[in-house]
Unconditional design. Structure first.
Length: 174
C-alpha cells in the first residue's frame, strides 16, 4: 500500500504543472476613436470607445510556487494601452481605403470620399480593420516581445470595447 502511494507521488512530482494567470485590471484601458469598415462602400461613422485590455497566461509552475511575473505583464499591458490612448486609430492595411501623409494631416480616401486626420492625433496601425479582433491581434506580439525567458505555454490577449463585447488573439508554444 505504501509503495503505491510513493509511486503516485513520484509520478505527480514528475508531471509538468501548469497554472493560469488572469490579468484584468481596471487601469488597463485606452480611449480611442475609430471606424469599422464593412465593405468597399460601407463604414461606420467616426466614434470612440473606452477599450479595456486583459490577458490570460498559461505558464509552467516553478519550483518556488511561482510561474510568470505578474508585475512584468501588468506593466507591459499598461505601456501598450498608453501607446494607443487618446488617438484616432486607422487601419493601414485595409484594402478599402488609402492613407497618405499630407503635411500635418493624413488624407484618407474611402469610397471616393476624402477625410483628413491630424497626424499628431492619429496612429496608422498595421491592421486590416479597426476592430477589437484586429486590436488584439496587433497587441499580442508586442506583449510577447520581451518574454523569451519566461516558460509560457499559452497567452490570450483580449480587447473589449464595452461590457460583453471583446475580441481575443491567442498564442501557443509549439
Amino acid at each position: 500500500m505504501c509503495s503505491d502511494v510513493k509511486l503516485e507521488l513520484r509520478y505527480t512530482v514528475g508531471m509538468e504543472q501548469l497554472t493560469t494567470l488572469y490579468i484584468d485590471k481596471e487601469s488597463h484601458k485606452f480611449s480611442a476613436a475609430h471606424y469599422t469598415i464593412f465593405s468597399a462602400t460601407d463604414r461606420e461613422r467616426l466614434h470612440g470607445h473606452n477599450y479595456s485590455v486583459s490577458a490570460r497566461i498559461v505558464a509552467r509552475m516553478g519550483d518556488n510556487g511561482f510561474s510568470a511575473d505578474y508585475n512584468y505583464y501588468k506593466s507591459r499591458i499598461a505601456t501598450l494601452c498608453a501607446a494607443l490612448d487618446e488617438y484616432t486609430l486607422l487601419a493601414g492595411d485595409s484594402p478599402h481605403q488609402t492613407i497618405e501623409p499630407e503635411g500635418d494631416y493624413y488624407r484618407v480616401t474611402f469610397a471616393g470620399v476624402q477625410m483628413h486626420f491630424l497626424r499628431s492625433d492619429t496612429l496608422v496601425l498595421p491592421i486590416r480593420n479597426a476592430t477589437v479582433e484586429e486590436f488584439s491581434r496587433y497587441l499580442l506580439p508586442q506583449l510577447l516581445e520581451d518574454c523569451a525567458t519566461d516558460d509560457l505555454r499559452e497567452v490570450e490577449l483580449c480587447v473589449a470595447s464595452g461590457p460583453g463585447q471583446k475580441g481575443c488573439a491567442h498564442w501557443r508554444r509549439d
